[in-house]
Unconditional design. Structure first.
Length: 202
């Protein structure tokens, strides 16, 4: 069973355009983050990249008025995952992430990580076409334990690369280490990161 699922055009082209235009408008607030992957002090190096966030939903609570207009995207993902082995019943968090292109970077990818220290699924929605791949690694953290030493050692092997396409979502178990990478040709890379959980895990 392939536990990494890609769905193209998870929402209509018109809604894809709406999301793209909303987050790239002058009125949309972005917040600069000097350590986009983790705030952990021991992991502040070049792979823990700078970028911009906009939090929509954190710790199962709405934290942005923009959430209401983006929530239908989550519902569409729920609908299209019916009949798959990916089971969840809880929205944990939603946040937009944006990084500028860095054609001079020699990093193969940014800092590998898992998003949360409890069982969850990741869903990454691509707001724009970009050449900054998402990289999913063979290595996992299935007990969701503290992993700073593993992250610093950075000895990971690639399981799958996903190239951002506007309107596509990739969904995979949260125990997989994964990373973003810099766009080199497109001007920026913008994604919506969603964490999906379960009230009870069996």
């Amino acid at each position: 069973m392939d536990d990494i699922i890609e769905i193209r055009n998870v929402v209509s082209p018109g809604y894809q355009d709406f999301i793209h235009e909303k987050v790239t408008s002058l009125q949309f607030p972005w917040y600069f983050n000097t350590n986009l992957v983790t705030p952990e002090a021991t992991l502040k190096d070049e792979a823990n990249i700078q970028g911009f966030n906009h939090f929509l939903f954190e710790e199962q609570k709405q934290v942005s008025p923009t959430f209401d207009s983006i929530y239908p995207l989550y519902l569409s993902i729920v609908d299209q995952l019916k009949g798959t082995d990916i089971k969840f019943n809880l929205l944990e968090r939603m946040r937009f992430n944006l990084t500028y292109a860095n054609p001079l970077s020699t990093l193969p990818w940014h800092m590998p990580h898992i998003d949360s220290m409890y069982p969850h699924y990741n869903a990454i929605y691509y707001v724009n076409d970009s050449d900054g791949d998402t990289v999913i690694f063979n290595e996992t953290n299935e007990d969701y334990s503290e992993d700073f030493d593993v992250m610093k050692e950075n000895k990971f092997t690639v399981k799958q690369r996903i190239t951002p396409e506007k309107g596509k979502v990739v969904v995979f178990p949260g125990h997989y280490y994964h990373a973003s990478s810099f766009a080199k040709k497109s001007n920026y890379r913008c994604v919506l990161n969603i964490n999906l959980g379960k009230v009870f895990w069996f």
